[in-house]
Design a protein around this ligand. Structure first.
Ligand SMILES: *Cc1c(COP(=O)(O)O)cnc(C)c1O
Length: 430
């Protein structure tokens, strides 16, 4: 697609980043299953290696199939560039890497995907980085947690596991004031439901494993840059503002302007960390993204119906879906995610731990898996799986107490899903 009129989301999810293949005219994006690319001549090779010309060198850095996906996700998010990675967790490290140094920290929401809590509370310590976890509904606490060593604020737009909505405008005004970027994990919302950059996010990260691919086939991730952050405004981000020894002292912020973060992600991040997405994975995700809006509409419609049904059912204590009028987060929907609150929520089942285990074991359509954002409906009992290493207090704080299950509502017939929950709840609470 050429630069021209601004197209709508449904058009962009099919066409952004894709052009007929220059060699064959192939309409669908070919899977460029190649490791390397032949240089035109020695001068061309030198220009590519000096970053004076943009092109393909080696597939750890760039690949045309992956490039099409990067451009598509960046376009849907309203960013200037994107870097795809091997998983959502890789994307989170790739987002932090240019910002951080030993001794620096991030301020992160206490409501995050369980794997992210582990990555931030344990693994990043090995790099000398740390995370301070705060309740992001408490804006004064977020502000107070930022210190001179803080290099980013991190949250999810629609947060795990309860589907809580973050007031991104309020959080971005706090990070702006502190002169640091806001990174938003938009996995659960997708750009169809929420566009974090419009609410002040600097970077958006995705696990493309989930809704963007939408069929549970491949892991992947992406970092999208808004292009709006001035990395040279202060001395906090030397990787982007200071001379880079590996490229003859070039300064990324000066040379690439709004694309500095994206170029750094490829030329340093992928080059040296190697968390590269492979072209097969990019192909599956490109296929999935073509129907993103249609799927998200059905995900939201089904989640709304099922959450209402569960809330009215005497065998449950409460349902956390923000799309319910009873949710304290429902008032944020028109501002943050006007097309709906996603399809992820938790349910407290009467009968506690034992009833939850019976529920997951008796469901026929729902699968008991550690995943979300699939076309099929999924359920997990966090306390006996993903959150089993936590103390009872930590489980409660994470919204993953013993009597709670998390549902990821798929795009099957809602009536079939309700019937399945009905029969399994009957067995679980008998
Ligand atoms: C799954 C997930 C991740 C991690 O992504 P992977 O692709 O599994 O590495 C991060 N954040 C959220 C919200 C997720 O759902």
């Amino acid at each position: 697609m050429t630069d021209g009129p601004t197209y709508g989301f449904d058009t962009l999810q099919i066409h952004a980043g894709a052009r007929p293949d220059p060699a064959t005219g192939a309409r669908q994006v070919p899977i460029y299953q190649t490791t390397a690319y032949v240089f035109r001549d020695a001068d061309h090779a030198a220009a590519l290696f000096n970053l004076q010309e943009v092109g393909y060198i080696y597939s750890r850095l760039t690949n045309p199939t992956v490039a099409a996906l990067q451009e598509r996700i960046a376009t849907l998010e309203g960013g200037v560039g994107g870097v795809c990675c091997s998983s959502g967790h890789a994307a989170q490290i790739m987002a932090l890497f240019p910002l951080m140094q030993p001794g620096r920290n991030i301020v992160a929401s206490s409501r995050l995907y369980g794997g992210t809590v582990t990555q931030f509370s344990q693994t990043i310590k090995r790099f000398g980085w740390s995370a301070t976890f705060v309740d992001f509904d408490d804006h004064a606490a977020v502000k107070a947690a930022i210190d001179d060593d803080t290099r980013a604020v991190f949250c999810e737009a629609i947060a795990n596991p309860g589907g809580h909505i973050t007031d991104l405008d309020a959080i971005s005004s706090i990070s702006d004031e502190a002169g640091i970027p806001l990174i938003v994990d938009n996995t659960s919302a997708t750009p169809y439901l929420c566009r974090p950059i419009e609410h002040g996010a600097t970077l958006v990260v995705h696990s493309t494993t989930k809704y963007l691919t939408g069929n549970g086939t491949v892991t992947g991730g992406c970092v999208v840059d808004s292009g709006k952050f001035d990395w040279a405004a202060n001395d906090k981000f030397p990787s982007l503002s200071e001379p880079e020894p590996a490229y003859h002292g070039m300064k990324f912020a000066e040379t690439f302007g709004p694309l500095a973060f994206t170029f750094h992600g490829i030329a340093i991040g992928l080059r040296d960390l190697g968390m590269t997405m492979n072209p097969q994975a990019a192909h599956y995700t490109l296929m999935g993204i073509e129907t993103l809006s249609l799927r998200m509409e059905r995900h939201v419609e089904n989640a709304t119906k099922i959450a209402k049904w569960l809330e009215d059912d005497p065998r449950t204590d409460y349902v956390t879906y923000a799309g319910l009028d009873s949710s304290p987060y429902s008032k944020l929907i028109p501002k943050i995610c006007p097309k709906g609150a996603g399809a992820l929520f938790t349910v407290a089942v009467k009968g506690g731990y034992d009833a939850c285990l019976k529920l997951v074991d008796n469901l026929e359509i729902f699968s008991h898996v550690a995943n979300l954002g699939d076309a099929r409906s999924l359920i997990i009992h966090s306390a006996s799986t993903t959150h089993r290493q936590l103390t009872a207090e930590q489980q409660e704080a994470a919204g993953a107490g013993p009597g709670i299950v998390r549902l990821s509502i798929g795009i099957e017939d809602a009536d079939d899903l309700i019937a399945d929950l009905d029969q399994a709840l009957a067995k679980a609470t008998a």
